[in-house]
Design a protein around this ligand. Structure first.
Ligand code: ZN
Length: 341
């Protein structure tokens, strides 16, 4: 997820917005406006709008704090964090390395829900301190916004603890399985499978609710399920690749049989017989049974681009391709001398 709108950086972590965030911010503002209007009609239109907009912005601030908690724990364990990006379905902290052990994975995962829970309880405590009774709707717009933030952050913490990878709960599950089995790969596989199971569950639930009359709310759940499905597949594939590659050396993936070319052949012959025929891009040049250098398709193209091919012979010479008039003439002379004998 690449941020398209940059907001700045905290502790070296860049904070940004993806365009899709604008849509969700608008949707949340509109639904908050409807929610506040439903509960209190005495506020007046401008107060309702202002409360909805401020509450939405505060909500995204709490999501940044949630992601920042992941990022700071990761950084404390020596894992570099590039950025935090807000998008349509929340936030994502881009940690550049895979976690080295189960303990680190556990703390990076669990800190997010703990943070959201804490934010939720702090918001609700403040509202309670101002004399709110949970059965009633706060009359003060600021307190009403804080109450909503309190509930939504606790719900966010609970949803994130669903043990489906890559949700925070999935990370925690992966860490616990990793710790028990000592096998990171197996732990990832199981956590990702649970993630996919949860995702399919959400899709089915969403579709049922949609046809059961819950309209957009149902589709929203199905959409989150679909996103989770894609994300769990994607992160499983990524971790599988990282794990597979961490055990590999360059020698395992490089091409060992480097094609060779005779340093005395001219460029045209090289192009016709080697470059066009094999599809290889790079050749070792052999002269007197020794590797003298490399010739690449790029070099040939540069010579061709220079437009000097028409009347000159080119051959490879130590350090690259060179015009070969003199040597060619010498060779012709040598051949004709031999004929004359
Ligand atoms: Zn999280």
């Amino acid at each position: 997820m690449r941020a398209q709108i940059k907001l700045g950086s905290i502790q070296g972590v860049k904070i940004g917005l993806h365009y899709s965030w604008l849509i969700i911010a608008l949707l949340i503002t509109l639904s908050l406006r409807a929610y506040f209007r439903l509960h209190d009609s005495e506020w007046g239109e401008s107060v309702i709008w202002a409360t909805a907009i401020i509450t939405t912005l505060l909500f995204f601030t709490t999501i940044v704090v949630h992601e920042l908690s992941h990022a700071l724990v990761a950084k404390a364990h020596g894992l570099p964090v590039r950025s935090i990006t807000l998008f349509a379905l929340g936030g994502v902290a881009e940690i550049e390395k895979e976690t080295p052990d189960a303990r680190t994975e556990f703390w990076i995962g669990i800190i997010g829900p703990i943070t959201s829970c804490l934010i939720g309880f702090i918001c609700l405590s403040v509202v309670l301190a101002f004399g709110w009774t949970p059965s009633a709707f706060p009359q003060n717009p600021l307190l009403a916004g804080l109450m909503w933030l309190g509930y939504i952050n606790i719900m966010l913490a609970l949803f994130n603890m669903v043990p489906g990878f890559p949700l925070d709960g999935g990370r925690v599950l992966r860490a616990i399985l990793w710790w028990i089995t000592g096998n990171a790969k197996r732990a990832t596989k199981i956590a990702a499978s649970v993630g996919q199971f949860v995702a399919y569950g959400l899709i089915v639930l969403g579709v049922f609710r949609f046809f059961g009359g819950a309209d957009i709310g149902g589709l929203w759940i199905a959409f989150i399920g679909w996103f989770l499905l894609e994300a769990s597949r994607g992160s499983y594939a990524q971790i599988a690749i990282t794990e597979a590659l961490s055990a590999a050396n360059v020698a395992d993936v490089m091409s060992r049989d480097c094609p060779i070319v005779d340093g005395r052949s001219n460029l045209q012959a090289f192009v016709d017989e080697h470059l066009l025929r094999t599809g290889e891009r790079c050749f070792a040049v052999i002269e007197n049974a020794r590797v003298e250098g490399l010739i690449t398709a790029r070099e040939v193209r540069n010579v061709a681009r220079a437009g000097q091919c028409a009347d000159a012979e080119y051959v490879w010479q130590r350090g690259g391709i060179a015009r070969e008039r003199p040597r060619l003439r010498e060779r012709l002379v040598a051949v004709s001398d031999r004929r004359d004998e």
